[in-house]
Ligand binder design. Structure first.
Ligand code: NDP
Length: 266
């Protein structure tokens, strides 16, 4: 069981939602936290709310889709804290548009952030974890990493791709004592649906009812910390409805196929 006291935890997407919940949960557990996302002012607010200071945390603004910048960003973390124990690849965006209407620019934007940005940061951090022969790579996927629903074609594709990649990486790094955990949340009450991209790349700017009624980001974060402590390979912080869908996909896929046709995403 892992104790997080003085562990160095790097969280992307730390300016909002699940990332913000993770910053609070790790800070309470005594970890040193690196907060990354694009908006530095928001990161500073999260740092203050979590009662972190410049001794036990680092604000490190970055855009995960600028993959060439991530090796230098990793050096900044190592200069400050000397090591990285846990990388949480959480930054992500979703979609609310039919594939037939989606511009290919938006197709690439979702894959650049949710997939290439994610694995590029892992690539930058991995040599240090391998040299330490310890560390966790935590990846925030979704229940939509297990099945697909309408208006989320690229979102589902990006999250499914993470499963293939990290299942392979887990096997590849097992002998080096690394821990790789995929997290598949159901609805969590964050700004994800407000920030969801529409067919032309604009933001939806509307809270969907699923997220409105979803679990709190802090509850989700606490489940993630528990998963790391127990070195889980995959966890599902989700409500009963979303969990049912995961099990239907596994055991009765034809039933789920019929059900998702009727999902009315507004
Ligand atoms: P939010 O929209 O609240 O937060 C998304 C975070 O990602 C923000 O901190 C944002 O910061 C950051 N981000 C977005 N694009 C980039 C980028 N290019 N570079 C760096 N950071 C970026 O949503 P959630 O907290 O809900 O989302 C977090 C993760 O959880 C995502 O991967 C999402 O797919 C996943 N998830 C969420 C669910 C939910 O119901 N909320 C359900 C299942 C999975 P900034 O804008 O400052 O860059």
């Amino acid at each position: 069981m892992e104790n997080f006291k003085d562990k160095v935890v790097w969280i992307t997407g730390a300016s909002s939602g699940i990332g913000e919940g993770l910053v609070v949960a790790f800070a309470r557990a005594g970890a040193k936290v690196v907060l990354s996302a694009r908006r530095s002012e928001e990161l500073k607010k999260v740092q203050q709310n979590a009662q972190l200071d410049d001794n036990n945390s680092l604000i490190l603004p970055l855009d995960v889709s600028q993959t060439d910048s991530l090796t230098a960003k990793t050096q900044e973390v190592l200069q400050k804290f000397g090591r990285i124990d846990i990388l949480v690849n959480n930054a992500g965006i979703t979609q609310r548009a039919a594939f037939k209407d989606l511009s290919f620019e938006v197709v690439r934007q979702i894959m650049e952030i949710n997939f290439f940005g994610n694995i590029a940061l892992t690539k930058a951090v991995l040599p240090h974890l391998l040299a330490q022969k310890s560390g966790s790579i935590v990846v925030i996927s979704s229940v939509v990493g297990k099945f697909g629903t309408p208006l989320r074609t690229l979102y589902a594709a990006s999250k499914h791709a993470l499963h293939g990649f990290y299942d392979a990486l887990r096997a590849e790094t097992w002998a080096d004592n690394l821990h790789v955990m995929l997290v598949c949340p159901g609805y969590v009450k964050t700004n994800i649906s407000l920030n969801a991209v529409m067919a032309d790349g604009s933001k939806q700017n509307k809270m969907d009812s699923g997220q409105e009624k979803g679990m709190s980001p802090l509850d989700c974060a606490e489940q993630i910390l528990k998963g790391i402590r127990h070195r889980k390979a995959e966890i599902y912080p989700a409500g009963l409805k979303e969990l049912m869908a995961v099990y239907l996909k596994r055991f009765f896929p034809a039933v789920l196929r019929r059900m998702v046709r009727k999902v009315n995403v507004t």
